[in-house]
Design a protein around this ligand. Sequence first.
Ligand SMILES: Cc1ncc(COP(=O)(O)O)c(C=O)c1O
Length: 336
Amino acid sequence: MIDYHGLGLSLIETSHRSSEYDDVHESAVSGIRALLDVPDTHEVLLLGGGATMQFGMVPMNLMPAGGSADIVHSGSWAQKALADLRKLGTANVLYDGSEKDFTTLPDPQEIHPSDGASYLHITSNETIGGLQWKEFPKTGDVPLVADMSSDILSRRINVSDFGLIYAGAQKNLGPAGVTVVIIRKDLLDRGPDSLPAYLHYRTHASKNSLFNTPPVFAVYALSLVMNWITSEGGLDAIAKRNVAKSAMLYRTIGSHPEFFRCPVDERYRSDMNVVFRLPSEELEKAFIAEAGERDMIGLKGHRSVGGIRASIYNAVSPESVEALTEFMQEFAQRNA
Ligand SMILES: Cc1ncc(COP(=O)(O)O)c(C=O)c1O
């Protein structure tokens, strides 16, 4: 933190045009490219503004003014992407999960782009609802756009199937402050010249994501996380570990059906955010409090939905998940 590689000063204090930072920047970008096997047809950009800024940047760049785009409304995060899309054009909602309380997803094979749609947007993992696409719609010539903020680098994906992928870093990539955008190169020029420079993807691609001062520390941490994933055996090893972790929790929920209930359709249960309910809100409060006494924190479901949510991102160890399942069993036996 205070003396980067013997420089006598922190990386945070050095110029982002320094050779030290150049190496960090390249290592972060090449780490993402290598782990996700990003083909040469796609550019990797490091931007600011969080995934939230992409809710606006995607339609601004990929859809002509007053045009239309398709979107799957799968929950809280899709809702935010939908709201910004509606400010800029027409949203064709291909599937509206609100009718089923956002507990399931459409069959990907039944999702087809509409005539004239500029792109089709999905949220690969709904962080709050605990829903995850296991396969993706095939969209032909219409670019598939995915908000992967809460499951990027948790499993292998075929980047060529996507026109654009975006993800805020703070779940699986590093600290907040940097947002990864992977965009097919032919889409870089789609945005109108009237866009402010920062909001145009082309600006960032032409400057190797150094158009303005990047969040140096966040990019540095991201580069270290890429090294860590590699040292853990790469994406396939991480994916295997993630599936085993979530299976432990879903198994525990399933083995106490009178006490625990996961509202999510079994076909689309998330490997990142495992949500479940207890028989009453009082028991949920007691569960969270007792878990806290055992140093298990952050289990309270999102305020909009309540219940319990175990967010078991890449960095959560199998041992931690095992400790949670042991506590769940013990709590269920004591309170059933
Ligand atoms: C799926 C999803 N999309 C978007 C966001 C918003 O990301 P940010 O806070 O980086 O703007 C989040 C944040 O948790 C998320 O989980």
